[in-house]
Design a protein around this ligand. Structure first.
Ligand SMILES: *[C@@H]1O[C@H](CO)[C@@H](O)[C@H](O)[C@H]1NC(C)=O
Ligand SMILES: *[C@@H]1O[C@H](CO)[C@@H](O)[C@H](O)[C@H]1NC(C)=O
Ligand SMILES: *[C@@H]1O[C@H](CO)[C@@H](O)[C@H](O)[C@H]1NC(C)=O
Ligand SMILES: *[C@@H]1O[C@H](CO)[C@@H](O)[C@H](O)[C@H]1NC(C)=O
Ligand SMILES: [Zn+2]
Length: 322
């Protein structure tokens, strides 16, 4: 009797350890993911270390985000691996342009990766440098109608990645998310944000730097690590205070421990090329100013504010006068 109970427990236990779940520690950790998910042992895995001296400069058409300027009800969930934010909006935000060309991608969710302290936590590294946090905004290809279907295709997903650095001042844009984190400390907990969220503030913190990004083809950074993601990593870093970062480390894992870190180590680049998009500023400004249709609501392309151009002209005049 005792023997059979022991067997049953062993069976349950091994079931849970043999790949139904993954973590960031011990025998659930990233170096073991390949044991249960053979798709995690690929040649185009993410994250990677981006060596700035080793990227290829290109100038792609503008990356455009549509429908992100309406405040929408949204909620966060602790899924045991990270905190996920989704919106209740029936009309989801969409993304196209840049490396995506005319293919439209639909916003699904955004989530975060962080580390035990402020010196590490990002997934992609830049020149071997780790950042304390990275946000991923996940979009699936509209043609595939759903996230589940998109996962079956090599061009199924695109992810916008944002890197953070520590700033003495808290960033007000993230307050509405951070203030509900204590309500979702336990795995499976869900909480609606107190105020409607303006996705624009998170996804386009600064329109003038939006076209400056790295892009490469890679994978999901969590099992099953499918190699179906066009990565777009913005070059400009966002700011969070130490206290804001620390709030994420209080979330719990399925075992009830603190989720102190949830980033996968970098994977080999292999035969891939990382591109650096260099915005064609001058051309864009001229084109946009001649195009009366460029002010579609919620649609973003880079535009240099007139004041900057005026300042430039003034500067040139002053220089000339001297
Ligand atoms: C790529 O662009 C960067 C930034 O504009 C520049 O510093 C670098 O020299 C360029 N690299 C090449 C190979 O042209
Ligand atoms: C949004 O959707 C979530 C999950 O479906 C639900 O729990 C929540 O009540 C919804 N909130 C609103 C304001 O509709
Ligand atoms: C990053 O680390 C690798 C391996 O240690 C090294 O070969 C490379 O030169 C480093 N890159 C930079 C930019 O420091
Ligand atoms: C990335 O993948 C897309 C589609 O899957 C392909 O069209 C594109 O050429 C790839 N880009 C690179 C740099 O390999
Ligand atoms: Zn992620």
């Amino acid at each position: 009797m005792i023997f059979s109970i022991a067997c049953l427990l062993l069976l349950l236990f091994s079931g849970c350890c043999l790949g139904e779940d993954y973590g960031y520690e011990g025998n659930h950790g990233p170096s073991h993911w390949g044991d249960s998910y053979n798709t995690c042992i690929g040649k185009h895995q993410s994250p990677i270390n981006i060596e700035e001296h080793n990227v290829k400069n290109i100038s792609l058409p503008s990356l455009k985000l549509v429908g992100i300027d309406n405040p929408c009800s949204s909620f966060v969930t602790n899924n045991g691996h990270t905190v996920v934010l989704k919106t209740n909006d029936s009309k989801a935000a969409t993304l196209y342009g840049g490396p995506l060309g005319n293919n439209i991608y639909v916003f699904e969710q955004l989530h975060f990766h962080w580390g035990e302290n402020d010196r590490e936590g990002s997934e992609d590294l830049i020149n071997n440098h780790s950042f304390p946090m990275e946000m991923h905004a996940v979009f699936y290809k509209e043609d595939y109608k759903s996230m589940d279907e998109a996962l079956k295709h090599h061009d199924g997903l695109t992810v916008l990645a944002y890197l953070y650095e520590v700033n003495p001042k808290p960033n007000p844009v993230y307050e509405s998310i951070i203030e509900v984190l204590p309500d979702v400390e336990a795995v499976g907990k869900e909480k609606t944000l107190k105020e409607p969220l303006l996705l624009e503030r998170l996804l386009v913190p600064d329109i003038t730097t939006m076209q400056n990004y790295f892009t490469y083809n890679g994978s999901l950074t969590t099992p099953p690590c499918l190699e179906i993601v066009t990565w777009i990593d913005f070059k400009t870093h966002q700011q969070l205070s130490h206290e804001q970062l620390a709030a994420f480390r209080d979330l719990r894992t399925p075992e009830g421990n603190k989720l102190t870190h949830n980033f996968r180590p970098v994977q080999p680049l292999e035969d891939r090329i990382v591109f650096h998009n260099i915005p064609k500023e001058q051309n864009e400004v001229l084109k946009n100013d001649n195009d009366p249709s460029h002010e579609h609501s919620g649609q973003h392309s880079i535009k240099m504010p007139c004041s900057i151009i005026a300042l430039g002209i003034l500067f040139a005049v002053v220089l000339f006068a001297m």
